[in-house]
Ligand binder design. Sequence first.
Ligand SMILES: NC(=O)C1=CN([C@@H]2O[C@H](COP(=O)(O)OP(=O)(O)OC[C@H]3O[C@@H](n4cnc5c(N)ncnc54)[C@H](OP(=O)(O)O)[C@@H]3O)[C@@H](O)[C@H]2O)C=CC1
Ligand SMILES: N[C@@H](CC=O)C(=O)O
Length: 432
Amino acid sequence: MESVNVGLLGVGTVGSGVVNILTHNADIIKKRLGFELNLKKVYAKHIKDEVKPLLEGKIASSYEELLAEDIDIVVELIGGTTFAKDFILKAIQAKKSVATANKALLAEYGYEIFSEAFNNKVDVGYEAAVAGGIPIIKAIKESLAANHIKSIKAIVNGTCNYILSEMFYKEISFEKALKDAQEKGFAEADPTFDIEGIDSAHKMAILSSISFGDNVKAKDVYTEGITNIDLLDIKFADEFGYRIKLIGITNLVDGKIDVRVHPTLIKKDDILAKTDGEFNAIKVKTDMNDETIYIGKGAGSLPTASAVVADVMDIARNIKNKTNLRVPLMAFPFNYVKKRDIVNIDDLTMSYYLRFTVKDQAGVLSKISGILGEYNISIKSVVQLGKNEEWVPLIVFTHKAREKDIKQALTIIEKLDIIKENVLLVRVDDEE
Ligand SMILES: NC(=O)C1=CN([C@@H]2O[C@H](COP(=O)(O)OP(=O)(O)OC[C@H]3O[C@@H](n4cnc5c(N)ncnc54)[C@H](OP(=O)(O)O)[C@@H]3O)[C@@H](O)[C@H]2O)C=CC1
Ligand SMILES: N[C@@H](CC=O)C(=O)O
């Protein structure tokens, strides 16, 4: 049976993983498909040295060669939302199916890309765009297709999870942990996307869209990153029975979409708290299948490439079967119009971990608790660190309170001369 031809744009961390898998696992791929996947052409600004020997005779001199008639599927692995978008749209208009890991692009232009794919009767696979090697897109679109999704709670950024884990276990600095994550190929080209929570927001926008059949964009996601989390907070959380994780959440509240990403104190015995390093974990609650949990490597060359190649295999099957199915890959895409409003985080009620830096003098706590009390916020536990220093950390765990009230109370507290800097607020997951 004739092979299906693949063109690859970008041979960095994930692209080189794709080259490795297509080369080293060519036999099993052929056995499972019943035909060969032929990596016909690659185009990249730079090609990783380790895969150059695998690409003899395949290197194109311009990206246009990937759009030639004999290429059936193109794989976009350069990232970004400008050239990548133009390239994908050109490929679709040239009737080529696409596989991509580009969550930033889909979270912004998913609707446009999927509409174009629908009109041109081609597939767009994006399994690798959320949680790297974990088959979460397939799970939601296919395995849970008979369910209403109720909620998703997840760790979807390998870099942040790696940083928080390294800080906790090795007590190394944030900067050193980030550098390690970059060297291992987990981080985005611009790592602020990871550490400021933006990459997680892209992924939660995609998960929220496919779960609720809506068109949620990254700008709809309330987003906080991990840059304000200190080793001190990680240790405190531990003492109180929690781990700090960057958590993505989406669910429906009174018909509105609650979708957010922020650092969260998670009870130590929760599977999310036990997921470390570049691993991701996703809990999906549904109406008929209770809770299913997915864990695996969320970043890195081969795990991510494994998801990309699986998409390429699905698309290749569709091409060979000439079913023009679009079902496995196109079910619940972004071809939904925006239907629901987004919940304002200020209207939610949660418990909080607050870290104040206060003057080491009598009466400070009663001043703070007095102001919190005026906003109906009661303190669950409190710890004051250090003695005989001018400024000391004061940690407060609150009972449940409305986010808006907490923020208003903190605005007043932050103006007191007994407070040194902005208060750190971390939400506590106290779901039973
Ligand atoms: N790394 C990971 O673990 C994961 C990454 N992803 C996503 O996969 C995609 C690729 O990421 P990753 O492999 O890590 O990124 P890399 O930066 O390692 O690789 C991207 C490659 O594309 C090249 N490139 C950029 N622009 C162009 C262009 N216009 N023409 C040709 N080549 C270009 C880059 O060259 P140069 O360096 O010279 O700019 C680089 O070699 C991104 O969308 C990312 O978000 C998804 C899941 C996991
Ligand atoms: N930078 C991302 C890569 C995978 O999506 C991450 O760290 O999770």
